[in-house]
Design a protein around this ligand. Structure first.
Ligand code: HAX
Length: 419
């Protein structure tokens, strides 16, 4: 069903893009300054992304829907939305859920590889190693080797994508139980939805935690095309590497502390506050604590963003959840106090272009509350969700025939002589 709907839409999108390139191909959409060339290409418009856009003052907009309007939908619904541009009806949701359930298997070699890794491996290293190892079963690679026309490769990208999205929660939950000595792996429960089943396999059976997982796995699904993980994945995929290698590449980027790994740093920071004061500090004490950290040359985790210039709506959605479900919890109270204290401190310091909280400022405190206390695992949760956006972007790029990524770099000598 999903493939059929996509085939129809892709025909239309291809025509639209061909016409845009024909009529507007020579228009200029960006220029690049020397500072941008040295500055992570910040703000340079050099690629397209159909699944979502990030507005500096409104945050994530998925296929035209501001996140605040759709934060209640399930991960399955958002995956459908990312891919097709439409919210699914109940038949379409059932179809996706059935596709995920029918593919709920992880090859035995994956568990053997994970078991043979050093016991102190970072869970993100374990996750990307597992995903990468599954490349051996890639249908995309088989079809490519069989000489499938380039125009049809998106179908096999989607096929591998569904295999991967069905397996990732099982692998991730297996890593959690293995890495933190939680006992045997828990088998998937076919009566549960994608996120609920993941919570079940982690071994945290609280119904509110299942709700949190639905929210968490929805909110982290995509953040347009130029962030480190999406851009790395799409660059690797543009070489027609398999979806397994491409997703693993992006998630390795997500494992960096300035990107997805920030969520483990954030909770660590909040726990440091609790540890230091032994209770929820006054705003004045918290302000001094933040200044000490800044004066020691360290960032305030969970605050600032490369693109956003407002409180991240994903942060607001987590805060709403916390306000509805969490009672009398020091860690969450510290997160609330930080939201009052940090923006004015960062504004006064005058360095960060965005003093507001990002997605990572609140999520850890909620996970901690429900007993998921191993914070170096948090980026794995982010990865499960972000795989949806990466796969959707990859399918569309393949369908649109976007060629291999190859921007031009220049040397400092060239800049000195030519500008
Ligand atoms: N605390 C202290 N200083 C900060 C800051 C913060 N939270 N955010 C930015 N700054 C500083 C930068 O370090 C930089 O200082 P230098 O000039 O001395 O290098 C200056 O302000 C300008 O930075 P910027 O242009 O505002 O921010 P960048 O686009 O360079 O970086 C970051 C964006 C998110 C990496 C940055 O804000 C940061 O390090 N924040 C803390 C870590 C964090 O929360 N990361 C999670 C981001 C969300 C995400 O992608 N999750 O996956």
């Amino acid at each position: 069903m999903l493939q059929k709907i996509l085939s129809e839409k892709i025909n239309i999108w291809q025509k639209e893009i061909h016409s845009v390139i024909k009529n507007k191909g020579q228009k200029v959409i960006s220029e690049v300054t020397v500072s941008q060339a040295y500055g992570g290409m910040r703000g340079v418009k050099g690629l397209t992304c159909e699944t979502s856009a990030v507005s500096a003052d409104r945050g994530l907009i998925i296929r035209g829907y501001p996140l605040t309007d759709i934060s209640h939908i399930s991960p399955e619904e958002v995956f459908y939305l990312l891919l097709t541009g439409e919210l699914p009806d109940s038949d379409a949701v059932n179809d996706i859920q059935n596709q995920f359930k029918n593919n709920q298997k992880v090859p035995e070699y994956v568990w053997k590889i994970l078991e043979s890794m050093p016991k102190n491996s970072h869970p993100m290293t374990m996750l990307t190693t597992a995903i990468q190892s599954m490349q051996v079963d890639s249908i995309f690679v088989k079809k490519y080797n069989d000489g499938t026309p380039k125009t049809d490769l998106w179908k096999w990208t989607l096929d591998d994508g569904i295999t991967l999205l069905s397996a990732i929660p099982i692998i991730a939950a297996g890593i959690y139980r293995m890495r933190y000595n939680k006992g045997d792996r828990i088998e998937p429960d076919k009566t549960l939805d994608w996120a609920g089943n993941f919570a079940h396999m982690l071994g945290i059976q609280d119904e509110d935690f299942k709700k949190l997982m639905r929210l968490y796995l929805m909110l982290h699904c995509d953040h347009e095309g130029g962030n480190v993980s999406a851009f790395s994945s799409l660059t690797v995929a543009s070489a027609l590497s398999s979806p397994f290698l491409s997703v693993a590449a992006g998630l390795n980027g997500l494992a960096g502390p300035l990107h997805g790994l920030a969520n483990q740093e954030c909770l660590k920071f909040v726990l440091d506050v609790k540890d230091h004061f032994k209770t929820v500090p006054s705003d004045e004490d918290l302000k001094d604590f933040c200044w000490d950290r800044l004066n020691n040359g360290r960032v305030i985790p969970g605050y600032g963003h490369a693109v956003l210039r407002c409180p991240d709506p994903r942060f607001s959605a987590f805060m709403d959840f916390g306000e509805n479900y969490i009672r009398n919890d020091d860690i969450f109270s510290i997160v609330q106090s930080l939201f009052k204290v940090v923006p004015p401190v960062l504004l006064e310091q005058g360095k960060a272009k965005n003093p507001w909280p990002n997605v990572d400022a609140a999520s850890g405190s909620l996970l901690y509350y429900y007993g998921l206390k191993e914070f170096n695992y948090y980026t794995v949760l982010f990865s499960i969700s972000r795989s949806m956006g990466i796969i959707a972007q990859m399918v569309i790029n393949r369908a649109m025939g976007i060629p291999i990524t190859r921007p031009k770099s220049v040397t400092t000598e060239w800049i000195k002589n030519n500008t």
